[in-house]
Design a binder for this molecule. Structure first.
Ligand SMILES: [Mg+2]
Length: 327
């Protein structure tokens, strides 16, 4: 079991795990698994898919940083959505002043918000609105919830908040269930459990909370097979790393279960191919909570664009969490 960290440190390390994973994946987003097998990512690369310098992060990190900034002063959905709109429209919270990567549902939700719709009415509700766009940015909320409730999976209010936070861009039950399971696993990691137990308990609690809504049963049933035992039995072939939220969640859990350090976990995720940055970001958020950063990870972190800005924001967010917690 990883040594117990204070909440602020877990938040900083978790966000860094996510940002570094994103930056490792950006140059090879959409690359096939086969091509990465012959030329695997072993560290920060430049150019590639978006022709960006090494250390460039994308929408995943931008939206997480906007979320963390918004949550620093408490939970205000309009404020968070306003920051997302600034990111989309003005390049706010981007590595080089421009937004170069955005998912369809997220773009539609932000455009709706810009037309004057309330934040909680903007997220897509259709079954094909289940890309991984809310899962990839839900991490700061886990820290916020812990600062309010402690281990939060016993609180229906916490799951209601997770559902609303996802719904800013992704309001379909599949996306909300994926976020509920992920946040539950995060809660158990923060409680000091190992990765396999956190995934098992997190899947159980997250799904139980969603099963309380009868009309969601058919969606929750899609999440069968998320236990650590079943996931560990999966071969590489059984793991899909595309942009469908359920596949991203499974792939991220699989990477966490089959590696033994933060840097290993991120490389495994990126080299799955396809939605490289987001699978690594989603896995990296949890891996960052659990592991102490290793030397290789630290060397990558030094290369991240706007490192000082991210560091300062993470500190402010961490301080706000510990103040709320009364530490
Ligand atoms: Mg991205």
């Amino acid at each position: 079991m990883a040594s117990y960290k204070k909440l602020g440190k877990m938040a900083e390390d978790g966000i860094w795990g996510l940002v570094v994973g994103d930056a490792l994946g950006v140059p090879v987003e959409f690359f096939s698994r086969e091509s990465l097998k012959t030329d695997p990512v072993l560290g920060m690369r430049s150019h590639g898919t978006y022709n960006q310098p090494a250390g460039t992060w994308s929408d995943d990190s931008s939206m997480v940083l906007c979320g963390a900034e918004g949550l620093t002063e408490g939970l205000d959905y309009e404020k968070v959505m306003g920051l997302f709109a600034r990111w989309y429209n003005e390049g706010y919270m981007t590595p080089h002043g421009e937004t170069f990567d955005i998912g369809g549902a997220t773009r539609r939700a932000i455009e709706k918000y810009s037309l004057g719709f309330p934040a909680l009415e903007c997220g897509g509700r259709e079954e094909n609105d289940n890309g991984n766009g809310s899962l990839m940015r839900i991490l700061p909320l886990c820290f916020y919830l812990r600062s309010c409730f402690g281990e939060y999976t016993g609180y229906q209010t916490a799951f209601d908040i997770i559902g609303r936070f996802s719904s800013l861009t992704h309001a379909h039950p599949i996306s909300i269930i994926a976020c509920s399971v992920y946040c539950s696993a995060a809660s158990f990691l923060m409680e000091g459990h190992d990765i396999a137990s956190a995934i098992d308990m997190g899947s159980e609690k997250g799904l139980a909370a969603c099963h309380s809504k009868k009309e969601w049963h058919k969606w929750a049933d899609l999440f069968d097979g998320l236990s650590s035992k079943e996931l560990k039995l999966q071969t590489l072939h059984g793991i899909k790393s595309d942009g469908y939220v359920l596949n991203t969640l499974k792939a991220a859990f699989w990477c966490l279960l089959t590696t033994e350090s933060l840097s290993q976990c991120l490389l495994k995720a990126v080299n799955l191919g396809s939605d490289t940055d987001t699978v690594a970001a989603v896995a990296g958020g949890l891996a960052g909570i659990y592991y102490e950063p290793d030397e290789v990870f630290d060397s990558w972190k030094q290369m991240v664009a706007k490192k000082d800005m991210i560091e300062a924001l993470c500190r402010r967010f961490a301080r706000s969490l510990e103040e709320r917690q009364g530490v």
